[in-house]
Design a protein around this ligand. Structure first.
Ligand code: SF4
Ligand code: SF4
Length: 198
């Protein structure tokens, strides 16, 4: 699940200031579950744009915005328009933008890959870093879940299992407990070299 948040409406309006006829696309997958790009949010944005003297000529919630095959079909019969606003993650917005030549603006900020606790509530789990190293940390990601992204933690700010940055569990306490439960805590004594960010 790619977790997204709505951009400020002022920022969107500024980007589309020269556009009169607008198409709005939502995404039926992650953005719908996040309540940022489903049917209701598309309607909400449409109303705001119309109140700001824009003409919304077409709206649709694409089943999966990051699937080129589906997006291509969706783009086939659009009426005349000046730009598209995409209520999906950066991948979905780029999928649309790589197919057409007119401007495509994202209405959302992509935050992280997370797990769903309940609809609209997510837990940050992965930053899509390219080289997954959780096998060395009991399956818990220190890059995403430790506020300082430490590979050789914990830092000195961990108190009673809580992180000193924000109201959350210290990832390194979670990692230690998980590794200990699996009888693997000694593996954590090995120095972990800086990650290969390539
Ligand atoms: S190490 Fe963490 S951020 Fe990187 S891919 Fe694995 S879970 Fe995602
Ligand atoms: S308290 Fe724990 S989670 Fe927070 S920054 Fe330090 S090691 Fe990372």
């Amino acid at each position: 699940m790619i977790v997204t948040e709505k951009k400020k409406i002022e920022d969107i309006l500024e980007k589309i200031r020269d556009c009169k006829k607008i198409v709005i696309f939502g995404c039926g997958d992650c953005a719908t579950l996040c309540k940022t790009g489903g049917k209701d949010e598309v309607e909400e944005l449409k109303k705001i744009l119309e109140d700001n003297e824009k003409q919304v000529v077409y709206t649709s919630v694409i089943d999966i915005s990051c699937d080129e095959r589906i997006v291509k079909k969706e783009l086939k019969n659009l009426p005349e328009y000046d730009c598209i606003i995409s209520l999906s993650c950066g991948t979905g917005t780029q999928t649309v933008g790589d197919i057409i030549e007119k401007p495509v603006f994202s209405g959302l900020d992509s935050k992280y890959a997370g797990s769903t606790r309940r609809i609209g509530h997510f837990t940050e789990k992965c930053s899509l870093c390219g080289e997954c190293i959780i096998n060395d940390f009991g399956g818990i990601c220190p890059i995403t879940r430790c506020s300082k992204h430490l590979l050789n933690g914990p830092c000195g700010g961990s108190v009673d299992g809580k992180c000193e940055v924000g109201d959350k569990d210290c990832a390194w306490v979670l990692i230690y407990k998980r590794m200990k439960k699996q009888g693997r805590e000694k593996e954590l004594l090995q120095y972990r070299k800086p990650k290969n960010w390539k």
